[in-house]
Ligand binder design. Structure first.
Ligand code: PRP
Ligand code: URA
Length: 209
């Protein structure tokens, strides 16, 4: 069973409300995506393995904890997932970064792959898949399929806003993938946009409106 985490933290809710506002400028939009991803990253990486380390404080030697050095791969779904990469790398600067290029056909809403490059030893890594929008779920399901075809095993998916349809599609297709979502919205409209949503995340991040 997939674990679904929806964030009710006031700082995240506040920032998501600003993201949704059609008058929020591009610079602010990018900064907010970055900040929200950082907050979510704390929770998504809560179960990273740790090991003991001896530390000498100015007063005494003591045993502390450090990260056990699990290899992490961050994988944005192009384009919009790119906006979330720096938020993760601020927290785990040594993570490897892979890319999956997918676009959604505007008529059929089906995802089409145009690029896939994943880090080596993908089977050993904790993979964090990133896409701000989970609408029908077609793109996220296809991206997880690709990662698994390339040997990926430990996958978490992070998004900013999800429609119930997309959440259902991902968790049913990939029950082994935990999902971290800043806010759940009401529904999809007839064009496959999340309502109330924030519009087209890629266009708002990259100025292609
Ligand atoms: C958007 C978004 C997701 C996808 C979600 O990308 O970033 O990847 O749609 O929709 P789905 O859940 O119905 O598949 P889009 O295809 O518009 O490409 P872009 O990021 O290049 O703008
Ligand atoms: N992709 C987006 O960027 N926004 C939506 O609402 C749906 C898909």
């Amino acid at each position: 069973m997939a674990k679904i985490t929806i964030f009710d933290h006031p700082l995240i809710q506040h920032k998501i409300s600003i993201l949704r506002n059609k008058d929020t400028d591009r610079k602010t939009f990018r900064e907010l995506v970055d900040e929200i991803t950082m907050f979510m990253c704390y929770e998504a990486l809560r179960d990273l393995p740790m090991q003991d380390v001896e530390v000498e404080t100015p007063l005494i030697k003591t045993t502390c904890k450090e990260l056990a050095g699990e290899a992490i791969a961050v994988v944005p779904i192009l384009r919009a997932g790119l906006g979330m990469v720096s938020g993760i790398l601020n927290m785990v600067p040594n993570a490897a970064v892979g890319h999956i290029g997918l676009y959604r056909d505007e008529e059929t809403l089906e995802p089409h792959e145009y690029y896939c490059k994943l880090p080596k030893r993908i089977d050993e890594r904790q993979i964090i898949l990133l896409d701000p929008m989970l609408a029908t779920g077609g793109s996220a399901v296809a991206a997880i399929d690709f990662i698994k075809q390339h040997g990926g095993k430990k996958i978490k998916f992070m998004c900013m806003i999800a429609a119930p349809e997309g959440m259902k599609a991902v968790t049913e297709a990939h029950p082994d993938v935990d999902v971290y979502c800043a806010q759940m919205d009401e529904k999809l409209n007839e064009r496959g946009y999340i309502m109330p949503g924030l519009g087209d995340a890629g266009d708002r991040l990259f100025g292609t409106l």
